[in-house]
Ligand binder design. Structure first.
Ligand code: FAD
Ligand code: NAP
Length: 431
């Protein structure tokens, strides 16, 4: 689907040092059909500088405007014996090398072990060759190197300057640039012909915060494209994360940070429902961010939605405004246990959780504890109760994947494995 960037707005205060952007996309044709809760798959483009850095290191480049077309050799068994032929690789359409590296190939992820093996074979220097061979075996040396540097293809070629990489190797071996998914942050009834997304612009340092700055491919691209530019995307239906079919069913929406993205579509939809004469349901939002004045995104819109009856209650956890962190699950546990349980148990209500995987697990754990305490159930009975809610499609989760807090998750895994390794070494030493 071809859309156009209508506008972009940073929702965070400039003093926050981070950016969460509201991106408004307009459909070029009228084939835009989605519901709040659905996902938008966005096809990004790689950064021009990264493409140029890579082009500068490639051998055997075709002329700038020449179309390239990748063909693979295929062996066929025939009555006359084995016959070799060349067949067109349909992964990428005929295009220039620059277009292939910009729009179709993933040049920012660390090369796979297979590609490193190819680089090892092409290295002119014996030390480069040896190191690349070790890395291409995978295992802990590769993992350490990747964690430390998270190098792009161009950076690997910079680290091993004796590698002569032909363009055709990358055209045939690099993985395809994948679309990124974002929750629809609007209601099509409130904004006909438009779809909005709320994007946290990813920027981090490699090596646990000590290495060079890296930017996420798609989020930084969406933060760069100009108004009026094309944004290719598609809708991926998420029927398990839609509003309840019965508009009067009460809902609890839990979404800290960018996790609030789909709920903006929910409250917009409820505003429309109210305007159309429906009775407002009890919709409670539990939101979390660091500071009330820096990253409380959509604050005014939330207040307006409450004033217009679309949101009955708004509860906010500001995690960094006091010594002890306060998260959404702390507010739920402390202030909302009984209300949420009643809503789920006796009012056929729905619970929605959206955002990062660690938060979703922690909130889920809290809900299990609340159910156990309120209904006097054992932990396994509480788990069965939640499974039943899921079976009835009343417990909804939309999780952004483990990538949201990759560093924290990786560090946790690394420190857990290190502790395990230390403990097993000590135990082995004792026995
Ligand atoms: P990429 O270039 O893909 O970089 C991400 C990679 O960077 C990670 O995989 C990891 O390898 C690395 N990385 C990240 N942080 C660190 C770190 N600290 N240290 C080391 N390495 C790190 N995002 C939103 O902002 N809004 C949404 O509404 C939204 N909805 C989503 C819905 C679904 C169903 C899913 C699956 C994801 C959603 N996401 C959402 C996440 C989004 O799809 C992208 O993953 C996100 O924008 C990052 O993409 P990127 O291309 O900018 O970063
Ligand atoms: P955020 O601002 O980092 O977090 C929102 C709130 O959730 C903060 O108050 C945070 O507190 C709190 N929180 C942290 N851990 C929690 C937990 N276990 N349970 C409940 N609440 C918790 O959220 P964001 O704006 O959505 O950005 C998240 C980060 O992920 C950003 O750094 C962004 O760049 C990155 N990101 C990555 C991807 C990806 O790679 N796929 C996609 C989107 C965003 P504290 O921070 O004070 O602990």
């Amino acid at each position: 689907m071809d859309t156009v960037l209508l506008s972009r707005q940073n929702l965070q205060h400039q003093s926050s040092g981070r950016a969460t952007i509201l991106v408004r996309l307009g459909a070029r044709s009228d084939q835009l059909t989605y519901e709040p809760g659905d996902h938008v798959g966005v096809h990004p483009a790689n950064h021009e500088q990264e493409v140029e850095r890579l082009l500068a290191r490639l051998e055997d480049q075709p002329a700038l405007n020449d179309l390239v077309c990748v063909q693979r050799r295929q062996d066929r068994q025939t009555a006359q014996g084995k016959v070799q032929s060349w067949v067109q690789d349909t992964r990428i359409p005929p295009c220039t090398l620059t277009q292939a590296l910009t729009h179709f190939l993933d040049i920012c992820s660390t090369p796979t072990c297979d590609l490193l093996q190819h680089f090892a074979q092409l290295a002119g220097d014996s030390s480069d060759k040896k190191q690349l061979e070790i890395l291409s075996q995978g295992g802990s040396r590769f993992e350490e190197w990747r964690w430390e540097k998270n190098p792009t293809v161009a950076e690997v070629l910079q680290e091993f300057p004796s590698v002569c990489a032909p363009a055709c190797l990358l055209l045939s071996q690099l993985p395809l640039l994948q679309p990124r998914y974002y929750s629809a942050s609007s209601s099509p009834h409130q904004y006909p012909g438009e779809i909005h997304v709320t994007v946290s612009v990813l920027e981090y340092r490699t090596g646990g915060g000590t290495g060079p700055v890296r930017q996420g491919v798609c989020s930084s691209w969406l933060n760069r494209v100009s108004t009026g530019d094309s944004v290719l995307c598609f809708i991926r239906r998420a029927p398990l994360f839609h509003l309840p079919a019965d508009p009067s069913a009460p809902c609890v929406l839990v979404g800290p940070g960018t996790g609030v993205a789909p709920f903006r579509g929910f409250w917009q939809q409820r505003q429309i429902d109210i305007e159309r004469g429906q009775n407002p349901c009890n919709m409670m939002l539990v939101f979390g961010c660091r500071y009330s004045d820096k990253d409380h995104i959509y604050k005014e819109e939330m207040i307006e939605a409450k004033n217009r009856g679309a949101l009955r209650e708004i509860h906010t956890a500001y995690s960094r405004e006091q010594e002890q962190k306060v998260y959404v699950q702390d507010i739920i546990r402390k202030n909302l246990s009984q209300e949420i349980f009643q809503l789920l148990d006796s009012q056929a209500g729905h619970l929605y959780i959206c955002g990062d995987v660690t938060m979703a697990q922690d909130v889920s754990q809290t809900i299990h504890e609340i159910v156990a305490a309120q209904a006097h159930l054992s932990p396994s009975e509480a788990a069965a109760y939640i499974i039943k809610l899921k079976d009835e499609n009343r417990y909804h989760e939309d999780i952004f994947g483990i990538t949201l807090r990759t560093h924290e998750v990786t560090t946790k895994i690394r420190s857990t494995s290190f502790t395990f390794w230390q403990e097993s070494t000590i135990m082995t030493g004792c026995s």
